[in-house]
Design a protein around this ligand. Structure first.
Ligand code: F6R
Length: 609
C-alpha cells in the first residue's frame, strides 16, 4: 500500500525522503514522487514505476530545501501514471495521501462548482482542494487540515504543506498508519518506523483521528476537536540491519532462512520443558482465558491460514469450538456470538483494514474479550486489543509472508497449549506437545537444508500454468498457504483442496499437465492420503509429495517425486512442512524471473478495504 515520508529539517531533505521511500518499497506501489518547499516555492518530481526512476529524475535536476513530503502510490482511484502520482498540488496546498476517501465524488462536484479544476482522477486532489478552500477562509494550515478531515468519510494518512507556511508539515491519520520521527532539531512523518530508521529511532505513534504539526523545533499532536494532546515518545528497537538484505538474493529468501531464529524468539521466555508460562498474555490474560468457551478467529490471507491451523490444535487439545473467518466477510455479516467467546485477530502488520474493522465491529457483538496475535507492537490492532501476544519475526519486507506465518503458528501453538492445560489436558500429553514446540526452531532449520533439492524440483514448474495442492487435517491449511505462495510470486494458477475432496470435483482437472503437490506427514490420515494420491497417479498426474521421513510413500512410481521432511512431531508438522512449500514457490518464481519481493498488483500492508 501507499507509503508516506515527510520532513521538516535544516538540511536538504530530498535525499532523506528518497531513502525513506526505499525503505517503504516493500509495501507495494506503482509510482513515486516527492515535493520540497523552499523560499515560498514548491518543486516536485514524480514518476511511474520504481523509486529509483523517480530518484533518477530528481538527480537530473535536483533541488534544495528543508521541508518536504514524499510518497509511494499503490493505485486505487486512477491508473498508475505520473499525473495520478503524489504529491498533488492545488492552490497553495501540496499533499500526499494513503487511504480512500469514500465521499470524494460528492466533494469533487461541489469543488468543481466553486471553480476548482482537477488534473488527476484521484480522491487526494479533492482533499487538497478542500484544504485550499479552508485556507482561503483565513485558517492556518493546521486549522484547515482539521476542518477538512472533519468533512471526510473513509480512511487516510496524509502529509500536507502550504506554500504560505514555510518549515511546516501537517499530518493526520484515520484508519491508516502514520507516525512521527523525533530527531535532533528536525522532525519527520512516516508510514512506519522503518522509513525513519535512517534518521531517528525515536517515534511518536499517532492515535486514530490525530492531527500533528511538525516543524524543525517541535512536533505537536492535536485531537480532532483541535485540542493539543500529549503522546509518548517510543524508542524503536529496530536496527538498520534488520531491514538489510545481506547476502541473500531477495528479502523473501532471507526471511525464509530467518525462520529458526524468528520462531525461537517468539517462543523465548514463554515456554519451557514444563509448560507455557502463565503470564504470557499479560496480567489479566490467564483469568480471561480461563473463562473462554469458544473462539472466533478473524484474519486475511496468510494470517487466515494460520488461524485455520490453530482451529485444529485448539479443538483437538483444548476441546473448545473455534470458527475461523476472513475479515472482509466477517465484518459485513451478523455472526452469532455465543456467550464467553474470545475474538482473536491475527495480523502481521496490525494495520490490515479489514482485520482492524472486523475487530472494531467485534466490540459491538458482545465478546468476552479480544486477543491480537501480531508482529508490529505499536500497530492499531495491538493497541486496540484487550490481550496481545506478539510474534517476534522482526520486519518482514517481502510481500509474500513467510516468517510471519511460522511465527504466527508458534504464537497460536502457545495459545492452544495454554487453553488446553487450563482445561485439563493430560500432563504427559501436554509435556510431549511442549517438547515438540520447543524443537520447532531446529526442525525448521533441518527443513531448510532441503533447498538444493527444491531448486532442482523448481525446474519442473517453470513452464507450468496450473498446480494443485493437497493436504489433510491441519495440513490442508498448509496446502492453502503453499498454493497462495506459488500463485502470488510465480503467477502460476494454484489451488488447494483437502485431499478427501479430490474426487468430488477437482480430480477432473488432473492429467499429465497438472502437477499435484501433496503434504503428507505421518499421522492417522496418512493412509487415507495415500489412497488419494493413487487416484492422481491412476490419471497420469505428476505427483510431488512432501513426506515425513518415516512415512512409506513410494517415490519410484512413474511421474513422481518424494521429498523427505522430518516433521519433528505431529503437532509442529504444519509449521515444518510449510518451509519446503515456501522454498518451492520462491525458486519457481526466481526461475520465472518475476519480481519476487514485490509481485505485481500486490501490497504488503493492505490498509484499504
Ligand atoms: C500473503 C500475504 C497476505 C497477508 C494479508 C494479511 O503472502 O502476505 O495474504 O497475509 O494481506 O496481512 P496481515 O497479516 O498484515 O494482516
Amino acid at each position: 500500500m501507499c507509503g508516506i515520508v515527510a520532513a521538516a529539517a535544516q538540511r536538504d531533505v530530498a535525499p532523506l525522503l528518497i531513502a525513506g521511500l526505499k525503505a517503504l518499497e516493500y509495501r507495494g506501489y506503482d509510482s513515486a514522487g516527492l515535493a520540497v518547499l523552499a523560499d515560498g516555492q514548491v518543486r516536485r518530481v514524480r514518476a511511474k514505476g520504481k523509486v529509483r526512476e523517480m530518484e533518477a529524475a530528481y538527480l537530473a535536476d535536483p533541488f534544495p530545501g528543508g521541508t518536504g513530503i514524499a510518497h509511494t502510490r499503490w493505485a486505487t482511484h486512477g491508473v498508475p501514471n505520473e499525473a495520478n502520482a503524489h504529491p498533488h498540488m492545488v492552490g497553495r496546498v501540496t499533499i500526499v495521501h494513503n487511504g480512500i476517501i469514500e465521499n470524494y465524488a460528492a466533494l469533487r462536484t461541489e469543488l468543481q462548482a466553486k471553480g476548482y479544476a482537477f488534473s488527476s482522477e484521484t480522491d487526494t486532489e479533492v482533499m487538497a482542494a478542500l484544504i485550499d478552500v479552508n485556507l482561503s477562509k483565513g485558517l492556518s494550515l493546521r486549522e484547515a487540515v482539521l476542518a477538512t478531515v472533519r468533512e471526510l468519510d473513509g480512511a487516510y494518512a496524509i502529509a500536507v504543506m502550504s506554500r504560505d507556511e514555510p518549515g511546516r508539515v501537517v499530518g493526520a491519520r484515520r484508519g491508516a498508519p502514520l507516525l512521527v520521527g523525533v530527531g535532533i532539531g528536525e522532525h519527520f512523518l512516516g508510514s512506519d518506523a522503518q522509513a525513519l530508521i535512517q534518521v531517528t529511532n525515536k517515534t511518536i505513534y499517532l492515535d486514530e483521528d490525530d492531527v500533528v504539526e511538525i516543524t524543525r523545533e517541535r512536533a505537536q499532536v492535536y485531537t480532532l476537536d483541535g485540542q493539543p494532546a500529549a503522546r509518548d515518545v517510543h524508542e524503536s528497537e529496530l536496527s538498520a540491519d534488520a531491514v538489510e538484505r545481506g547476502e541473500y538474493r531477495h528479502y523473501m529468501q532471507k526471511e525464509i532462512f530467518e525462520q529458526p531464529r524468528a520462531v525461537a524468539d517468539t517462543l523465548e521466555a514463554r515456554i519451557h520443558a514444563h509448560g507455557v508460562l502463565p503470564n504470557i498474555f499479560g496480567v489479566d490474560g490467564e483469568e480471561l482465558l480461563a473463562k473462554v468457551k469458544g473462539l472466533h478467529i478473524v484474519a486475511c490471507g496468510t494470517s487466515y491460514h494460520a488461524g485455520l491451523v490453530a482451529k485444529y490444535w485448539i479443538e483437538d487439545y483444548a476441546r473448545l469450538p473455534v470458527s475461523v473467518e476472513v475479515a472482509s466477510e466477517y465484518r459485513y455479516r451478523e455472526a452469532v456470538v455465543p456467550a464467553d467467546t474470545l475474538f482473536v485477530a491475527i495480523s502481521q502488520s496490525g494495520e490490515t483494514a479489514d482485520t482492524l474493522a472486523a475487530m472494531r465491529e467485534s466490540r459491538r457483538r458482545g465478546y468476552l474479550g479480544t486477543l491480537a496475535i501480531c508482529n508490529v507492537p505499536e500497530s492499531s490492532v495491538v493497541r486496540e486489543a484487550d490481550l496481545k501476544l506478539m510474534t517476534r519475526a522482526g520486519p518482514e519486507i517481502g510481500v509474500a509472508s513467510t516468517k510471519a506465518f511460522t511465527t504466527q503458528l508458534s504464537a497460536l501453538a502457545l495459545l492452544a497449549l495454554h487453553l488446553a492445560r487450563q482445561r485439563g489436558l493430560e500432563q504427559a500429553r501436554y509435556q510431549d506437545l511442549c517438547a515438540q514446540l520447543l524443537r520447532l526452531p531446529r526442525a525448521i532449520d533441518e527443513a531448510l537444508k532441503l533447498e538444493p533439492q527444491i531448486v532442482a524440483l523448481a525446474e519442473r514448474f517453470v513452464h507450468r500454468h496450473h498446480a494443485l495442492f493437497l493436504g489433510r487435517g491441519a495440513h490442508y491449511p498448509v496446502a492453502l498457504e503453499g498454493s497462495l505462495k506459488l500463485k502470488e510470486i510465480s503467477y502460476i494458477h494454484a489451488e488447494a483442496y483437502p485431499a478427501g475432496e479430490l474426487k468430488h470435483g477437482p480430480l477432473a482437472l488432473v492429467d499429465e499437465d497438472m502437477p499435484v503437490i501433496a503434504v503428507a506427514p505421518n499421522g492417522p490420515l496418512l493412509d487415507k492420503l495415500k489412497s488419494n494420491l493413487q487416484e492422481v497417479r491412476a490419471r497420469g498426474g505428476e505427483l510431488v509429495v512432501f513426506a515425513d521421513s518415516a512415512a512409506h510413500i513410494d517415490g519410484n512410481a512413474a511421474r513422481g517425486v518424494v521429498l523427505r521432511v522430518d516433521a519433528g512431531g505431529e503437532f509442529i508438522a504444519p509449521a515444518v512442512f510449510t518451509v519446503p512449500l515456501q522454498l518451492l514457490a520462491y525458486h519457481v518464481a526466481v526461475l520465472r524471473g518475476t519480481d519476487v519481493d514485490q509481485p505485481r498488483n500486490l501490497a504488503k500492508s493492505v490498509t484499504v478495504e
